[in-house]
Design a protein around this ligand. Structure first.
Ligand code: ADP
Length: 431
């Protein structure tokens, strides 16, 4: 082993710190260590947080050039002498393991089966605490570890520790960044909720209050059709508020994990025809919805309730954001075990800047103008699609319309398990 060789290894590893993923970096480090120290087996073992065992993370075998990544654990209660030595010394050097009383506990169960004759173990420390160990295991006639080999093993183990530290720090930074992002989203959600409540609740409430005032104060002077118009305004506003409450409650139910996915037989043709009829009447026939059914005659299986939330929201959006009279395409087709639902409109489209926020609760696109809405529909859609183990994709261009595609596995039928929604830790984001 030459100084220039070991320096080259250090240089190579240092330039890859924080760039190469840790497992890959460790693999090449173990390979280099085995070659520099001419050891048959070099392994990285990680100490369990409660110090009850060490778990093998990877082991390089020099003669085959292969890694053994299969899990193996050595329990502290089976090897008390070794674990004490690990904690108390910075090094376990054994020139002849068979004659070493400190390592007698390994003799029959570990050294003999692997043909190990000499061993050099260097603990890996993190923040001054034992974190793992690099095990150099020599196979063949017993070998005397030279001082410079021991020093090199120590230095290379420091390099392993550095790689681990860099990785852990990177992960911690990533987690912090995610937490900050989440915090920002929560603030945004709060702002959006306040503006939703102030607008979407105040407007219908205002109508209810003023119409009922008029009816109360001027009832005798109003003509029957004027009274009817005020009553209709009140009913319409109350319905609007109730629909909003329904959406908020539904989202709450979905987010708290109180919704599950059933697996019932469904006739997609009947279900989709019904939804189209409902949408036509809910939107007073504002836009024709052209339903195309392709190969979905066979019985499908899934959760009709979830499917209705998904399709009703997507279709009502397509109509809501399209000019009156502009047709909306609703294509349902079978692709092997999947049912694919495509809802395409030629409406206002969605600004690219808004697209990544569409699945954040209460978020609304900048081009919606006076079109009423809550910014909850797509969040609900995404969550229902997730519950159904499906996918949701979309493409949209401002002024050119939008196309949403949902794919759900509905034709396998057998063995689909009902699944409960787990409470979400993160807000729903774009798929
Ligand atoms: P909203 O109640 O505002 O429609 P959604 O969650 O259903 O809430 O949709 C979020 C936003 O996505 C909408 O405010 C709108 O900006 C945009 N959007 C959704 N669907 C369409 C569509 N078909 N055409 C244009 N914009 C859409």
């Amino acid at each position: 082993m030459s100084l220039s060789q070991s320096k080259a290894v250090f240089d190579r590893v240092v330039t890859r710190l924080g760039v190469t993923p840790l497992p890959e970096l460790l693999e090449s480090l173990l390979r280099e260590i085995a070659s520099l120290l001419r050891v048959e087996r070099v392994g990285y073992w990680k100490l369990q947080p409660d110090h009850s065992a060490i778990d093998r993370q990877m082991q390089f075998l020099r003669s085959t050039g292969q890694f053994d990544l299969s899990p193996q654990a050595l329990l502290a209660r089976d090897f008390p002498g070794y674990f004490n030595a690990l904690k108390e010394s910075n090094l376990i050097v054994s020139h002849d393991v068979m004659a070493d009383p400190q390592l007698a506990e390994f003799r029959d169960v570990y050294f003999k089966p692997h043909g190990i004759s000499s061993m050099l173990d260097v603990p890996v420390h993190r923040n001054g605490q034992l974190f793992g160990v690099i095990c150099h295991e020599h196979v063949g006639p017993a070998r005397r570890w030279a001082d410079d080999e021991v020093e090199l093993a120590r230095s290379l183990t420091h390099l392993v520790a550095l790689a681990i530290e860099t990785d852990l720090r990177q992960r911690a930074e990533e987690e912090l960044k995610n937490a900050l992002e989440r915090e920002k989203e929560l603030v945004e959600m709060k702002t959006n909720f306040v503006s939703l409540v102030s607008h979407e609740f105040r407007t219908p409430l205002g109508v209810i209050v003023s119409s009922s005032d008029i009816l109360e104060n001027y009832f005798d002077r109003l003509k029957p059709d004027q009274r009817a118009a005020h009553l209709q305004d009140i009913r319409h506003s109350a319905q609007q508020m109730s629909a909003l409450m329904e959406e908020v409650l539904l989202l709450g139910k979905v987010e708290s994990g109180r919704m599950s996915c059933r697996c019932d037989p469904i006739s997609l043709a009947d279900c989709c025809n019904r939804i189209v009829d409902e949408q036509h009447s809910a939107t007073n026939g504002k836009c024709p919805i052209r339903l195309e059914l392709n190969g979905v005659d066979a019985e499908a299986h899934g959760d009709e309730g979830l499917l209705r939330h998904i399709l009703n929201n997507l279709l009502s959006n397509a109509v809501k954001y399209s000019p009156a009279g502009q047709a909306v395409r609703f294509a349902v087709r079978r692709d092997r075990t999947f049912a694919e639902f495509e809802i395409a409109d030629r409406g206002i489209g969605i600004d690219p800047a808004d697209q990544k926020h569409l699945f954040t609760a209460f978020y609304r696109g900048n081009n919606v103008g006076d079109t009423p809405g809550t910014g909850l529909g797509l969040v609900i859609v995404k969550r229902c699609v997730d519950l159904h183990d499906g996918t949701l994709t979309f493409e949209s261009r401002p002024g050119d319309g939008s196309r949403f595609v949902v794919r759900l596995k509905m034709f396998s039928g057998n063995g689909r398990q009902a699944k409960s929604a787990s409470p979400r830790k993160r807000p729903i984001r774009s798929p």
